[in-house]
Each structure stands twice: as structure tokens, then as C-alpha cells.
Ligand binder design. Structure first.
Ligand SMILES: [Zn+2]
Length: 320
């Protein structure tokens, strides 16, 4: 499969002699996109963390993320790729980043960031100096790839989309790149409430069949159609900093709202009971007991989940 290089197109961030040692300008990576499989879903993060840019990775981190180079969403404890893996059929630590991207894009998914470049002191979104940020050309990417009809964005990144130059006006007017964008909010989706609270004012409400009908009509008009219906979906952040929701619960919401599964994927194996393709782990009868056992092992200091199960994440910030 042809795919654009995942490595940074620009020189790595350098510390300037005059700037404070901890503040550097960093740049986002190229979009992860297939040049052969028509993309349907664009997933947006905010901006690569220092770990995503492969700064000071430990051996364990390299093993957990499937490689030592720069990666979009490449923090080893961010479960984005673990969840993508359980949706697209791979185990993050067991295959190279290249293979992870291949399986991900084969499902029609694209991955990019809202912020193209910025000055920042650390790895959290809150470390980004908003006055220095430049935005990636998201309308341009959508315009080039008319098959993309859904934008999924973590709640933290959505705040940047609403406030960054170039995107704020696009959301408000629905106009950019010489086209008219009709942003829609799908009713009765697991992400409806979250999306409504963050991006609701930019969207009109529509049912799944209404969205489907609008898309069909535009496709019939061909690639030159000026209007594009695009669904906006806000999802819980997969970062360990978002401890308000368990990793298991995040997994189910992402599978349903981003990857379009109505039931657990056919090849999905529940770590609680081992059932395949029957239910998500968060819904398993054994979920609570399994988590309690993991907590006990973690307390004893002998837990590293990849060793226990092979494809699950470390419970770094458990809720009591
Ligand atoms: Zn189960």
C-alpha cells in the first residue's frame, strides 16, 4: 500500500539559543492517509507531544508503541493506537507503527492534527502557547478528499479547532476552500451529547438516514459539487490525563462513533472472559473483577499489561 511517509516533513524542533530552554517550536507530522483506499473518516488530535516526536523514549516506551520514530498519537500511554488496534485488528506493541498505520488507513481512516506548529513548554495541550499557533489546512485536506464525510475529534482538540485562525471562521460560516460545508450532528449516537456541548452551535441535527441521503445526493452530483455534508463527532480524549472515563469505556465509544461499529467487531477479543466478537470488555460480567485483579497486581508492582494480556493498556490513572 502506498502511504505518505509518517516521519516529520520538517526538521526536528530545535532549541533556540535565546529562548528559555524548555520552550521550543514544534511541528505536526504529515497526515496518515492511504493513497489507494478512499478515506471516509478524519480523526484529529491537537498537536504531537514531545513523546510523539520521539524525544527521550525509554526502551519500554518504544516496545509499547511499536517503534522509535515520530508517530502521530505516539505517547505510549495514550490508548489511541490500542483502541485503533482493537477496532482494526492489530495489537499495538506486537506490530510496527508502519503496519498499524496500514491497518488503520485500510479501514478508510485518516489521522492528522489541528495545530500545525506552535511554541510550547511541555506535552499537554494546556502547555501550548495559543498566541503562537498556526493551523493545519483541514478544509484543504477535506476538499482534496471528497470521500471524507466524518470528522472525529477528541474533546481537548475540539477546543483548538474552535479557536484557531482559519478554523473558527470555517466552522461559523461553513465556507472554505471554495466550498460550502454543511456540518451535521448525528442524533442518537453515543457521542451526540458530547458533540452537542462542544460543537453543537455549528451543526444542524440529522438522523443517520438523513445524513446518508444527503451524502448520496452530493456524490451523485460528482466531485465538483460545491456542497459537502460532513458529520462532526466529539469523543473523549484517549490521553491518560483524561481519567474521567475508564479506558474500556473510551474504547467502546470510539469503536461505535469513530469506527462505526454497532456491535463489538467480529475479531474483538474480550480480555475479561476471552469471548470473541460477542461484547466489548466494558460490558463484560468479569470487567470489575478483572480490573480489581489488575489493581492488586499494580499495587504489588508486578503489572505490565502487555505481559499479562498482550494487547491491553496500562491502567496508569485508575479511578477508585
Ligand atoms: Zn467478556
Amino acid at each position: 500500500m502506498k502511504r505518505r511517509a509518517a516521519a516529520s516533513p520538517r526538521p526536528p524542533a530545535k532549541r533556540s539559543a535565546t529562548s528559555p530552554a524548555s520552550t521550543v517550536r514544534t511541528h505536526s507530522l504529515l497526515p496518515i492517509i492511504s493513497l489507494t483506499v478512499p478515506p471516509e473518516v478524519l480523526i484529529l488530535g491537537t498537536h504531537p507531544s514531545r513523546k510523539s516526536l520521539a524525544e527521550s523514549l525509554s526502551e519500554k516506551e518504544v516496545r509499547m508503541r511499536g517503534g522509535a520514530g515520530p508517530q502521530n498519537y505516539g505517547h505510549s500511554q495514550n490508548i489511541f493506537w490500542n483502541v485503533a488496534g482493537s477496532a482494526c485488528g492489530f495489537s499495538r506493541h506486537a506490530v510496527s507503527y508502519e503496519k498499524q498505520c496500514e491497518a488503520f488507513t485500510a479501514r478508510g481512516c485518516v489521522l492528522w492534527d489541528v495545530v500545525r506548529s506552535c511554541l510550547g513548554k511541555g506535552s499537554l495541550d494546556s502547555d501550548i502557547d495559543k498566541s503562537t499557533m498556526e493551523a493545519n489546512d483541514i478544509p484543504g485536506l477535506l476538499s482534496q478528499h471528497p470521500t471524507i464525510r466524518r470528522i472525529c475529534i477528541a474533546k481537548t482538540a475540539a477546543a483548538f479547532l474552535c479557536h484557531s485562525n482559519g478554523h473558527a471562521a470555517w466552522l461559523k460560516t461553513g465556507e472554505a476552500a471554495g466550498r460550502r460545508w454543511d456540518f451535521v450532528l448525528r442524533t442518537a449516537s453515543p457521542a451526540t451529547a458530547e458533540t452537542a456541548s462542544v460543537l453543537g452551535k455549528y451543526c444542524r441535527r440529522a438522523t443517520g438516514s438523513e445524513i446518508e441521503a444527503a451524502v448520496q445526493k452530493e456524490r451523485a452530483a460528482g466531485d465538483g459539487a460545491l456542497q459537502r455534508t460532513v458529520e462532526l463527532v466529539v469523543l473523549p480524549s484517549t490521553s491518560p490525563a483524561n481519567a474521567a472515563m475508564s479506558p474500556d469505556a473510551k474504547e467502546k465509544v470510539w469503536h461505535r462513533a469513530a469506527y462505526g461499529y454497532e456491535r463489538a467487531p467480529a475479531a474483538y477479543r474480550c480480555v475479561g472472559c476471552g469471548a470473541v466478537g460477542e461484547h466489548w470488555f466494558v460490558d463484560c460480567d468479569r470487567n470489575e473483577e478483572w480490573r480489581r485483579q489488575q489493581m492488586e497486581k499494580k499495587t504489588r508492582g508486578d503489572l505490565f499489561v502487555e505481559e499479562v494480556d498482550g494487547d491491553r493498556w496500562l491502567y496508569s490513572k485508575p479511578k477508585a
